[in-house]
Ligand binder design. Structure first.
Ligand code: SF4
Length: 314
């Protein structure tokens, strides 16, 4: 039996950086370090950071005045900064902002499109922190978010109902590349082929309907690695946090290939039966999964395979 690990499995640079920032800040601070929200959608990594004294809070009100604070890679709405400022938590002082530059890029794209008269529609997950942060720069809670490529008629109805002269679509960085492509195809098939691609540089905005490819490269690499695994593996194991958007997309993509696939958080969840009759096991992991969890899964697959072979020989 062979095990093939995806080339780009695990931490993306944005998540890696956010964890490094939190660890470094906590190490150098005499006071407690607070992180607003899950720094990374991975339960084991969070536990590990908590053991280092980092305090995670879901509600901004739980952060005390003047506290050393870290903001995660997903990006925050401007209201977060305003509330923190009132608590005397500011950049260059006690606020450490680990927002990924690729998320900031999406914010900037959203702002520029809006300022150029576009009604901006976001392809994303409504309650995902990144979508909340990006929405802030548009219409806040009223930003139109389309979650699935099959919901294209909702977008068209929204455009017709409001008679928007200019509409642009952007995507959360961790969405499915296939799903985004399909959404645009569906829209064009039912809206007179009007949506054309606007390059990321946003040079020519003198059009009425367009879309910008804002899915980040690390997400694209992880998703295209699934194509490689699907070519020659009998089963694909996807490792990722339960709330990790990009990990769930990888699992969904693996299943769409019709290959037996399993979504796990750690090696304890692996089951021996998944290896029965399999020649090649594919392993991949979302951008919030550390290398050591991937290695543990690979080791456990090897162990389970040995146990399985022993049983067959008996
Ligand atoms: S998934 Fe992409 S946008 Fe999000 S933190 Fe990683 S590199 Fe940045």
């Amino acid at each position: 039996m062979k095990i093939k690990v995806a080339k780009h499995a695990g931490f993306c640079f944005g998540v890696k950086k956010a964890i490094e920032v939190a660890e470094e800040v906590a190490q150098n601070s005499h006071d407690s370090t607070y992180v607003l929200g899950q720094l990374v959608h991975n339960e084991k990594v969070i536990k590990n950071l908590e053991d280092k004294g980092i305090i995670f809070v879901e509600n901004i009100n739980e952060i005390p005045e003047n506290a050393v604070t870290v903001l995660r890679a997903h990006g925050e709405p401007g209201t977060t900064y305003k509330i923190l400022e009132k608590k005397s938590i500011t950049k260059g002082n006690n606020l450490n902002d680990a927002t990924c530059p690729l998320v900031t890029l999406v914010h900037n794209v959203a702002i520029k499109l809006k300022n150029n008269g576009f009604e901006v529609v976001l392809f994303g997950k409504r309650n995902h922190p990144e979508a909340v942060g990006t929405s802030y720069h548009l219409k806040g809670e009223n930003t139109f978010i389309v979650e699935h490529e099959d919901d294209f008629m909702k977008v068209i109805d929204y455009i017709h109902k409001n008679n928007f002269p200019k509409v642009a679509i952007i995507s959360q960085t961790t969405m499915s590349v296939y799903g985004y492509k399909k959404l645009i195809e569906n829209l064009n098939a039912n809206f007179g082929n009007k949506f054309i691609e606007i390059p990321l540089a946003l040079k020519n905005l003198d059009i009425n309907y367009g879309y910008v490819d804002t899915i980040c490269n690390p997400t694209k690499q992880r998703q295209s690695d699934i194509d490689e695994l699907a070519k020659d593996c009998d089963v694909i194991i996807v490792i990722g946090g339960k709330n990790s958007s990009n990990s769930k997309e990888l699992y969904q993509k693996a299943k769409e290939f019709g290959i037996e696939s399993h979504f796990i958080q750690s090696d304890e969840q692996l089951q021996k039966e998944w290896l029965d009759g399999k020649e090649k096991i594919g392993v991949t992991a979302g951008a919030s999964t550390p290398d050591y969890l991937i290695n543990e899964v690979v080791e456990r697959v090897r162990e389970l395979n040995k146990l399985r072979i022993r049983k067959i020989i008996k």
